[in-house]
Design a protein around this ligand. Structure first.
Ligand code: GDP
Ligand code: MG
Length: 137
């Protein structure tokens, strides 16, 4: 089942020079391809669209502030079961609960600063890809 997912390497990953390390883990999965990649700074409007489901939650405002605190790397990754697969590489939201060997488990400690976003379903991927890469077919 070939899919497409949206991945964001969050500002902490860029600041800590972990972009190569994280992309390398994605690239090494058999058959997955990075089909778009961009370093960019996210504005309030983009973040409101992207994280709309979390609006009103206590972590929402600090999350938006963090996500606009520096550039992110936005990627489109295509391949076999890539939506579930990148989520598995990332590990659960809380990096302390994430297993060693996962991106969050290996590099994170703070829930907000958990290095990576990856779409959580086909519906989310479709919605998020439109926000970040509206030109894609
Ligand atoms: P994800 O899909 O694993 O990224 O997690 P969610 O969609 O639930 O939350 C989006 C992002 O908000 C997470 O990746 C964290 O950066 C942040 N976040 C989620 N839950 C919490 C929380 O309880 N506390 C804080 N500080 N941040 C959170
Ligand atoms: Mg999420």
């Amino acid at each position: 089942m070939t899919q497409r997912t949206l991945v964001l390497l969050k500002p902490d990953a860029v600041r800590r020079s972990l972009v190569g390390e994280i992309i390398s883990r994605i690239e090494r999965k058999a058959g997955w391809q990075i089909t778009a990649l961009e370093l960019r700074s996210l504005g309030q409007e983009t973040l409101e669209q992207h994280y709309g489901e979390h609006k009103g939650k206590p972590f929402y405002e600090p999350l938006v502030e963090f996500m606009s605190s520096g550039p992110v790397v936005a990627l489109v990754v295509e391949g076999e079961r890539v939506i579930e697969g990148v989520r598995a590489l990332a590990g659960p939201t809380d990096p302390i609960a994430a297993a060693p060997g996962s991106i969050r488990g290996d590099f994170g400690t703070i829930v907000r600063e958990n290095l990576i976003h990856a779409s959580d379903s086909e519906e989310s991927a479709e919605r998020e890809l439109k926000i970040f890469f509206p030109g894609l077919a």
